[in-house]
Structures are given as C-alpha cells and as structure tokens.
Design a protein around this ligand. Structure first.
Ligand code: 0X9
Ligand code: ZN
Length: 495
C-alpha cells in the first residue's frame, strides 16, 4: 500500500488529538502549527484509505509526497558492497578514501585524508558493523573496545557496540549514544559512526576537529576521551534497517519480529522497539482512555505496536543490557529523525517539580496520564510527571548546549523541549533510561534525550552529510559539558 507524506488541517485541538486517538494516524514529530485562517495543521504519513476517511470527517488533507517513490530514490543512495573490507582499486581510490568510511586498517595519516565533503552514500547494514570493527582495530586499540551484545535479532544478526575511553578509573562518567532504532531513519547510524571516527582520529593525532563553522580544539577532544567512557551502539535494529534499505517499504519503522501464521495476529510483522521498554509500557492501564498516546496493542499496527510484553524484543534487551552492564552511565542520547528537536524527560506527560508522589510508579494515578496541557483537552493538568527541579535545570541547560552547537555549524535552528510536547508515549528509551534511578536508587541517575535530526527520514546524502556534522557537533558539546561540570552530576562509578 502506497504511503504518502501529507499535511492535515483540522479545526480544533480535539480534532488534532483524534488523529492519534481515533484515526491512528502516524504523526511526524514536527509539532502542530496554527493559523487563524486555516486552523491547526500537522504533517503525517498515511495511506489513501486513511486520507479518504479523514476528508470524510472534515479534515483538509494535502498530499505532499509519495513516500514509496521517494523511498525508491533514496535506496539508490545506499552504499553497495562493503567499503570497509574492499581494498580500493587505483581508479576508485579517490572515491573510497573520500567517503566518511575508511578502508580497513588505515594508518592515522590515511584517515586524516578522509573528507566528509566527498562522501556519496549511506552505510549499509554490513558496513555499520564493519565500521565498528575498524574503529576498534589498530591504530585505535588502546582507546577502544568492541562490545559484543548478547542477543541475536529475529533474522539472526549479531550486534556490536563500542566503548571509547582512555583510562579505567572507577570515577569516570559514562555516556551512552544509541542509534538505528527506527529502521527508516537511516542517518542515525551514519551519524554515530562518523562521531566515532572523527573523535578517534582527532584524539590520536592530537588535532582540532572542525565541523562546518564549529571548531573543537585538540585539547577539547583530549579531555573528552581522557575523562569519559563513551559507549556507542549505532545499529540497534539491523533487520529493520536492511528491510527499509532493500524492500519496497523504505518507510519501515519496526524490527522484523515474525509471528507464527497460526497466532491470533496472523502474520503481521514487527514491534516498535521505542515502545517496548519497561516504562508505563502497559498504557491501557497507565494512561487516560482519551489520551492521544502514540502507541498500540495491535500487532498489525504498521508503526507503533508495543510488543507482547516490556522487553519482549531482543533489540530492546540489547540496549537495556548496556545500561545494566555499564553502571557508570549517567547520560544517554537516542538518535532519531525527524523534526529538528532535542527532547528531554519526560515523554509520558508534562513535567512538574513540586509533587514527588505524582509519578509513573504510583498506581493511584493510573487512568490519568497522557493529557498534556497544551492539548486543550479535558483532564489536562490532572497528572504531570515529577522531575526534581535541579534535574530539569540540567536537562534544559544541556539541551541548550547541544542546540547552540548545532546552530554554530551552519545556522540550523533546533528546538529544546520536553519529549511529550507533540504526543505522549509509553515504553520509550529516554523515559526508561531516566526512570531507572527512580525505580531503584542503586541505579545511577541518567539524563536522557532523544534527538530528532533533520526534516526528512532519508534526506539526499549531500544534505545528510551536513546533518551528520551538526549532530556530531551536538554530541561533542554534550560530552564537553559533562567534562566541564562535574559538580552538577550526582554519580555512581562503574563497578
Ligand atoms: O515517537 C518516537 O519514538 C520518537 N519520534 S520518531 O518520529 N523518531 O518516531 C520520539 C520519542 C521521544 N521520546 C518520548 N516520547 N519519550
Ligand atoms: Zn525514530
């Protein structure tokens, strides 16, 4: 079924909430815009049946793009073969070296000749894994470690993360960057591979790192690698990425869980990994029945099926395993697309700093969550999620630091806001990360973010390269802030 990128206009906030509540439309993370003349508008993805139903019910729908067509065009921009294992032919040398992804076992001086400006295509699934093995081989072995994750995916793929650190003191703060969760958001894995390659190269050569108009000094990079444990897991959902890059459904989002044809859900495929974490996962119990919560109990939902239980999916268990294993993690960013947003906690409801008892663990608030203030819906303000005010200050300050860094690269404006701002969610990674400390104080407190880069899931690669630079700058500034503000972090070291 062909999917379209559409703009939907409705007359009231109720009508906009109905898009999720009643019509199960997949809203893009852009925020609602309002004009006196036309009313409320939002971007979304839908099939023709949805569009007809919306029009019948008084919405105005404008088709902006046929996503199957644009997906086919995007798939031409996926790398062929494996640029990490192929030795370049003399006539290809220029092209191979000029991608952001370097040939196997390069010397540090070879790496310095890599120019992102000449890169030509997205990394395919094998290349992301190969990039991690190159990144943990000579000449980087002293500062890196390949982390093999325990669970194979539904299609039998083995996943890896890496740790970058120079030193192993007990007191090192841990930072965890995750990417590739949603299959169609291809650039997230590329961003994290690029981040790894650039940090490693600049550290080893003791050079500055320049991203567009933003410069980090050699000493900034030395400080980061000498101070922090950086864990990078760039490809959490390789099956989904492969499917999106090679099938007729480039807009695939979930993993590739396959059910037996005899199960009640037939042969519907896939779970949304970012609805499968153990944070108010059981949304029919936890949320207000009229909350426009963006998740689903329907195994055939193309977008946001939350799975048969929290952590039912191997991909989600892999990302959790990293939190459990590296107990010094105090900061987490899940890289997604799109919307040009930097989202901080919480994502189930608005934040409040005054009533610690009003929180996700308190069953007396079941049935009340998920009506956000700006929704204008009845029940707004009845529930808000507790965040200590000192945490909220850190969350916003660190978010603003990333926003400013992105802007410095080429002037792009990102918005820092709380994760529930567009739609409330259950079972998302950022909320799970931040909630761990509240569930059990033995767990380190983890400041958690979702970055929604860009304005398209699969921008043409020349544009993607610029976004890669912007988000890499944000991640480096994030790390630097942590290095420079030890007094702001309450911290449990690694054991
Ligand atoms: O809905 C999501 O999972 C994320 N947006 S996306 O368009 N990439 O799918 C946003 C998640 C933000 N975090 C929470 N709502 N907790
Ligand atoms: Zn996403």
């Amino acid at each position: 079924m062909t999917r379209y990128h559409i703009k939907i206009t409705g007359q009231s906030k109720e009508a906009m909430a109905d898009l999720i509540r009643k019509y199960k439309i997949n809203i893009f993370n852009h925020g609602i815009s309002y004009s006196k003349e036309t009313g409320y508008s939002i971007d979304a993805m839908a099939v023709l049946d949805d569009i007809q139903l919306l029009e019948k019910n008084g919405y105005i729908v404008v088709i902006l793009e046929n996503l199957d067509e644009s997906g086919k065009a995007s798939q031409k921009e996926v790398g062929k073969g494996n640029r990490y294992t192929q030795q370049p032919q003399p006539q290809q040398k220029q092209r191979s070296l000029s991608s952001p992804f370097t040939p196997i076992s390069p010397s540090a001086s070879e790496i310095s000749s890599v120019a992102l400006d000449n890169a030509i295509s997205y990394l395919n699934v094998e290349e992301v894994e190969a990039a991690l093995s190159v990144a943990t081989s000579a000449p980087y072995t002293a500062i890196t470690k390949l982390i093999s994750l325990p669970e194979s995916t539904w299609e039998g793929r083995q996943c890896n993360a890496i740790k970058i650190a120079n030193g192993n003191d007990f007191e090192r703060p841990g930072v965890y960057f995750l990417g590739g969760v949603h299959a169609r958001e291809w650039g997230s894995s590329d961003i994290l591979v690029y981040f790894v390659e650039q940090i490693e190269k600049a550290y080893l050569e003791n050079t500055d790192l320049t991203l567009g108009a933003k410069n980090f000094s050699a000493s900034d990079i030395q400080t980061i690698v000498n101070t922090l444990d950086i864990i990078v897991f760039p490809q959490a959902n390789p099956d989904g990425r492969n499917y999106s890059m090679t099938s007729t459904d480039a807009m695939w989002r979930k993993n590739r869980r396959i059910r037996s044809p005899n199960s009640s859900s037939g042969d519907c495929v896939g779970v949304d990994i970012n609805r499968n974490y153990d944070f108010v996962w059981d949304f029919p119990t936890c949320f207000n029945p009229s909350a426009p919560v963006h998740t689903s109990t329907d195994p055939c939902d193309h977008e946001v099926y939350h799975g048969s239980s929290a952590f039912s999916e191997p991909e989600t268990r892999n990302t959790k395993w990293i939190f459990d294993k590296f107990k010094n993690i105090g900061f987490f960013i899940d890289i997604h697309s799109h919307g040009k947003d930097i989202l901080y906690s919480w994502g189930d409801d608005d934040d409040q700093t005054t009533n610690p008892n009003m929180n996700f663990q308190n069953p007396s608030y079941n049935g009340q969550r998920g009506i956000i203030d700006s929704s204008g819906l009845p029940g707004a303000s009845a529930y808000k999620e507790y965040i200590p005010s000192s945490d909220l200050d850190v969350a916003i300050e660190l978010g603003n630091t990333m926003r400013d860094s992105i802007k410095a690269v080429r002037g792009t404006s990102y918005t820092v806001k709380s994760a529930d701002d567009l739609y409330p969610t259950s079972g998302a990674s950022d909320d799970y990360a931040y909630s761990r400390h509240f569930k059990d104080v033995i767990n380190n407190k983890i400041f958690a973010y979702t970055i929604e880069w860009g304005t398209k899931f699969q921008p043409l690669y020349p544009e993607m390269k610029k976004i890669i630079q912007e988000i890499t700058a944000a991640l480096i500034s994030f790390c630097l802030w942590i290095c420079n503000n030890p007094q702001r972090i309450s911290f449990i070291g690694e054991n």
